[in-house]
Write a protein that binds this ligand. Structure first.
Ligand SMILES: *[C@@H]1O[C@H](CO)[C@@H](O)[C@H](O)[C@H]1NC(C)=O
Ligand SMILES: *[C@@H]1O[C@H](CO)[C@@H](O)[C@H](O)[C@H]1NC(C)=O
Ligand SMILES: *[C@@H]1O[C@H](CO)[C@@H](O)[C@H](O)[C@H]1NC(C)=O
Ligand SMILES: *[C@@H]1O[C@H](CO)[C@@H](O)[C@H](O)[C@H]1NC(C)=O
Ligand SMILES: *[C@@H]1O[C@H](CO)[C@@H](O)[C@H](O)[C@H]1NC(C)=O
Length: 449
């Protein structure tokens, strides 16, 4: 990446990190309640840097601008991964000059086994399966699930019907004596080997017996979330399919703002307690990629003006994978170039400030913007639903007023991406409802408290 990196004020992250890095005894004494149990069918959703997250960076970790650049780099890997999914070709690992920080974006506490062992797993709406780092795993770096300690743990054999659903050419390559369902898979810039297994998964207070998941035995690279991944896609091995009787393929989340340690979000499972009044748009199904949540984005508005975007840049095409998806694992919204460039140009015109500069992968940044300056809103128009994002969903800035950037980008240069990804920064402080039985996705503004 040759983009110049602008030196910005570190005030925001410095303050946040000092409060985050107290040892646990000190944390308890300042009254942070991290062990509050999840209730009913609602799980607390934390940003990975939340004060209660085990993955918050250590003191002396990354500076603000390094965090932004690293986040973009991880997003690049994510977008390459999503593009490979829609193009149905295998993923080329991405070379990275530096160690990418190991962190999913949003995490929830899940309990696996009997008695239950708690793991802080990453939420991923674009993946079906759950992955759990298991005891003996080579290359795993965090808390592992001790399979021998669970009385309900089982491995699945190659003949198990679920094994046929593992989309991997390298299936059942494991050696006897136990012909268990082993397979290899890539994810972002990582690869793993796993054994398909089952055990009780407990989310909030609901136990799901015989839950099928991938028990990780070897991990390379740094993209795999350290304590595992909870896939919220809608394919055959997904949580939705496996908990059909419990949650009827319905869930919603509210993602807390990444720089607000005061708010915490929620993952609400099942049709009960979902918002009744919510704007919705039809979910589209791509038969080649049944797990992805496609919607029909028809226009983008900057301020009051509809941006002139060629329809082909937004059109849904199951054959090529083109279209628009909602994704919880990408941080900053990525649009195909033909959609991003006109939107960005309209945003710049509307802002009207000189001195457009860049930071990491962001190409529309401004220095020393007066605090009274009013930025335009941006609206995504979907079939039947317009979502207007306030500036908190559009801009990132350092608190000392150094630099403000439009927090979206075009797909990375090295990818011939056809998919527009509505990412977590643009979903923060909204309730996003995934209602599969009624084939709709809803969005409503909500403070995640
Ligand atoms: C689920 O697992 C239990 C043992 O843990 C077993 O008795 C039961 O038959 C299993 N149910 C199904 C549907 O596989
Ligand atoms: C699967 O991964 C394991 C461990 O990394 C490796 O030893 C094995 O060769 C891989 N198998 C295939 C078919 O890629
Ligand atoms: C943080 O949350 C508490 C209660 O949850 C509230 O009283 C307080 O005003 C909040 N602080 C900020 C800065 O929003
Ligand atoms: C913006 O650019 C103008 C002219 O190029 C320059 O005079 C001014 O100092 C710049 N302002 C900032 C904040 O960089
Ligand atoms: C979205 O906004 C456009 C105008 O910007 C309007 O024509 C359209 O009816 C709106 N759609 C919905 C569903 O509100």
């Amino acid at each position: 990446m040759t983009t110049p990196i602008v030196v910005v004020s570190l005030a925001l992250i410095t303050i946040t990190l000092t409060t985050l890095c107290l040892p646990s005894a000190a944390r308890a004494s300042v009254g942070l309640k991290c062990d509050v149990p999840d209730r009913d069918t609602t799980l607390k959703v934390m940003h990975v840097y939340d004060k209660c997250s085990p993955f918050r960076p250590a003191k002396g970790g990354l500076s603000w601008e390094e965090t932004v650049v690293e986040t973009m780099r991880k997003d690049d890997a994510r977008v390459v991964y999503l593009s490979s999914l829609v193009a149905r070709k295998s993923v080329a690992p991405i070379a990275s000059g530096r160690q990418i920080i190991q962190s999913p974006t949003y995490v929830v506490r899940a309990k696996v086994g009997t008695p239950a062992q708690t793991l802080v797993m990453a939420m991923d709406t674009s993946n079906d399966a759950a992955w759990v780092p298991c005891s003996g795993c080579v290359g795993c770096t965090s808390t592992l699930f001790a399979t021998a300690m669970s009385t309900t743990y089982k491995t699945l054999g190659c003949q198990a019907p679920q094994c046929q659903q593992v989309s991997s050419a390298a299936r059942c390559t494991g050696t006897t004596p136990t012909p268990s369902c082993t397979f290899n898979q890539t994810y972002g810039s990582s690869a793993f080997a796993a054994t398909l297994s089952s055990d009780t998964l407990t989310l909030a207070t609901d136990p799901i017996p015989n839950y099928t998941f991938a028990c990780l035995s070897t991990v390379t690279g740094t993209s795999i979330p350290p304590q595992g991944l909870l896939g919220l896609g809608r394919g055959p091995l997904s949580l939705l399919s496996q908990s059909q009787s419990l949650y009827s393929s319905t869930f919603s989340y509210c993602l807390p703002h990444f720089s607000s340690s005061n708010f915490s979000g929620s993952l609400r499972l099942g049709p009960v307690a979902q918002p009744l009044r919510i704007k919705t748009t039809p979910l589209l199904r791509n038969p080649h990629r049944p797990s992805l949540y496609y919607v029909n984005m028809i226009a983008i508005r900057v301020g009051r003006r509809i941006v002139d975007i060629p329809p082909s840049a937004l059109a849904f095409d199951p054959a090529t994978g083109a279209g628009t998806i909602f994704d919880s694992g990408t941080v900053f919204t990525r649009l195909v170039k033909d959609a991003y460039v006109p939107m960005r140009d309209q945003f710049r015109r509307r802002v009207g400030l000189p001195n457009v500069t860049s930071l990491g992968g962001f190409d529309t940044c401004y220095n020393n913007v007066p605090s009274t300056f009013v930025f335009p809103t941006i609206s995504f128009h979907f079939a039947g639903m317009n979502v207007t994002m306030p500036v908190e969903n559009l801009l990132i800035h350092s608190t000392a007023g150094g630099i403000t950037c439009l927090a979206m980008a075009a797909a990375p240069d090295n990818v011939n991406s056809v998919v527009n990804v509505i990412a977590s920064m643009q979903q923060q402080n909204h309730r996003v409802l995934f209602d599969v039985p009624n084939n709709r996705l809803g969005v409503a503004r909500e403070r995640c408290t």
